[in-house]
Write a protein of this length. Structure first.
Ligand SMILES: *Cc1c(COP(=O)(O)O)cnc(C)c1O
Length: 395
């Protein structure tokens, strides 16, 4: 019999969303007439903006005409038109990138997992707790040891890999330039590599927060940045993202010689990835057009308004929270320090609102809860009214 990768035995059971679905369906079976409001899953609800749809349609039409048909893309790294559009976007916040440092992907989840292919299995991994589960799971699959850190307590064991996510899922916190610089400095001092997930970068509204790790001096020598159009432009079902690998970033081989990380990543992608479809890359290009940027700003503004309603509710209730300002997530303390699953049940059965129990993102979430701003305005208002009613009645 073929043998499987033993590291899979070390994965935690991925039961969070399965358990959530189970509890919801049990509740619905018993209470078929209740209208649930779902504010748990991190998926967008607004459709693609017109500029994007138009560009995608036009590109599909080209694919049906002999003279403009395209087969495989040469490099699989993305067409220049899109990589140049991404480069132009970074220029707007003061980051200069070479086109060849930009790799177009089918999203941030796969790249943040796949990047593990190029690291040795004995590299230590640092993940801030709570965290998006991909960093931990993919590190364990690669046989690497994971150590947890606090969001704002930079640590870097020698030659380690550090996963950072800002604005953070689930906490909604974002690093200021100074806070991020502290991580970059400690990484540089210990020859560590930072894998920086900037999937929510477009939600940043405060000017002291970093939009990209490459705004920080020295980051080109220690960081890779992974980004996505999923939350920014509603691409969760369309699939497109990009990963930035600076030329200066080096890794060491076991014999002590150095090799640019970009060379290893190019090799990895060349062997295992055949690029993003042409129509999707054209649709993605339209996100960066003037029209596209205006249109996605409206969508992001809609979610921001929802986040504000959630934040205002917690301020009124005197419950402390993070996020909302630079992120579509609000992360808060369960009232009376309740266990996050108990609070999930309380919300489900008493308020008929579904959220995400914090423990699903790590031990530091045991008494925390995440709500998302991705539902409709009307549902968000209604959910907060219900929440206020049950929490005020309770005490
Ligand atoms: C949603 C999300 C992503 C995006 O993943 P895609 O594969 O691009 O859809 C990446 N990182 C975090 C932290 C996320 O929450």
């Amino acid at each position: 019999m073929a043998k499987y990768n033993n590291n899979f035995q070390n994965l935690k059971k991925n039961y969070l969303f399965i358990e959530i679905s189970k509890r919801i369906s049990e509740f619905i079976t018993k209470n078929p007439d209740v209208s649930l409001i779902r504010m748990g899953i991190g998926d967008v609800t607004l459709p693609l903006v017109p500029a994007v749809v138009e560009a995608g349609k036009k590109a599909f039409d080209e694919m049906g005409v002999k003279s403009t048909f395209r087969g495989y893309e040469d490099s699989g790294r993305g067409y220049d038109f899109l990589r140049e559009a991404v480069g132009g976007y970074y220029k707007d916040f003061g980051v200069e990138l070479l086109t060849d440092e930009i790799f177009i992907s089918d999203g941030a989840k796969s790249d943040s997992g796949n990047i593990g292919d190029i690291f040795a299995s004995d590299c230590d991994v640092i993940v801030t707790d709570p965290a998006y589960p991909v960093y931990v799971d993919s590190s364990i699959m690669g046989g690497r040891k994971v150590t947890f850190a606090d969001f704002n307590t930079p640590i870097a064991p020698k030659d380690s890999i550090i996963y950072l996510c800002s604005p953070n899922n689930p906490t909604g916190e974002a690093y200021s330039h100074n806070e991020l610089k502290a991580w970059v400095d400690v990484a540089l001092a210990n020859n560590a590599v930072i894998v920086y997930d900037a999937a929510y970068e477009a939600f940043i509204s405060e000017t002291d927060k970093a939009r990209s790790i490459f705004q920080i001096k020295g980051a080109r020598k220690c960081a890779v940045e992974i980004c996505s159009l999923s939350k920014t432009a509603g691409f969760t079902g369309t699939r497109c993202g990009y990963t930035i690998v600076p030329n200066e970033l080096m890794l060491t081989s076991s014999d002590g010689s150095e090799i640019p990380l970009i060379q290893l990543w190019s090799r990895r992608q060349g062997s295992k990835f055949n690029g993003v479809s042409y129509p999707v890359q054209r649709a993605a290009e339209a996100v960066f057009s003037k029209e596209g940027q205006q249109q996605i700003k409206e969508s992001i503004g809609y979610y921001r308004k929802n986040a504000k309603i959630i934040m205002d509710t917690f301020i009124e209730l005197g419950i402390s929270f993070t996020g909302g300002v630079n992120s579509p997530y609000v992360w808060f303390d369960c009232p009376n320090n309740m266990d996050s699953w108990d609070f999930f049940d309380f919300m489900l059965t008493k308020a008929n609102v579904v959220g995400t129990p914090g423990v699903g993102f790590g031990e530091n979430g045991a008494n925390k809860f995440r709500l998302t701003a991705f539902n409709t305005y009307e549902n968000t208002v209604e959910a907060m009214a219900r929440l206020k009613k049950v929490l005020l009645n309770k005490s």
